[in-house]
Design a protein around this ligand. Sequence first.
Ligand code: SF4
Length: 314
Amino acid sequence: MIDREQKRTFGPVPSRRLGRSLGIDIVPFKTCTYDCIYCQLGQTTDKTVTRTEFFAIDKILRDVHRALDIKPKIDYLTLSGSGEPTLHNNIGKLISMLKREFSYPVAVLTNGSLLYEPDVAQSLMQADVVLPTLAADTETIFQCVHRPHPSLHFDTVVKGIINFSKTFKNDLWLELFLLDGINTIEETLRTMKEIVDEIKPQKIHLNTATRPPAEEFAYPVSEEKLESFKMFFGQNAEVITDFKHVMNQQTANVSSDIEQSILQLLKRRPCTDKDIATALSLHSIETTKIISHLVIKGKIERRHQQGNIFYKTK
Ligand code: SF4
């Protein structure tokens, strides 16, 4: 078991899918079953399918209690963060305890790769919403987009998500991650639609690489194209648009050291200055000043993406 003092919660962060979400990060940074070309966290450093108790659940729960002490206004407790959360072998017990100790719904952001394992599927049954990802229609595209652990294959993973959807009683919101020229040709979309029809998710979230991806060739799909794909996938499909909520001063769990809070946030995902200001309930001018200071100190760097400037740690 890894004993790290870094706290396991972050935010509340503005999430495009879950409103205001308190992130609970239960695996070490970039410990994942995949190494997706579109990953906003960069390349995977520990590609594995070995499940273990990376962090003790009492320590994770302690961090959640601390984050919720100031009673921030949040919509979900979200198991997500900097890797694949189902790699934590005690995720099921953690979800039960979060449900018992707090009154917020629990969401799990997963790539879905391990749902074919009965233990993993069973461990997510108490979650209020599970959000797996689909980005391929064949083994070739699966390997190209996700660069998975060698033991993982398209058919097994897709069957795992389909079977899970048949037994899971709560909400399943499927993310379709689309990349221009890679998985957006008509034939691919048609096969993906057949898979979606078998999964029967309550919601379909059309997503693309709007933040700087791990590989430059992971090109985003334009908003217009995504809108046209929305029609194709049907009524419960929606394009994930930028978060519009504005949090008030009390809602964010801001540490006394604002620079540290920004660095912690950027370690997990690149953000625009607006994202940072919203996540940490900072005034925009204050945010701009601190960001400039961190850039000058060489702690963070800028990246241009689709007309926006994102910041990430170096
Ligand atoms: S996008 Fe998600 S599933 Fe893919 S490598 Fe990054 S953390 Fe893993």
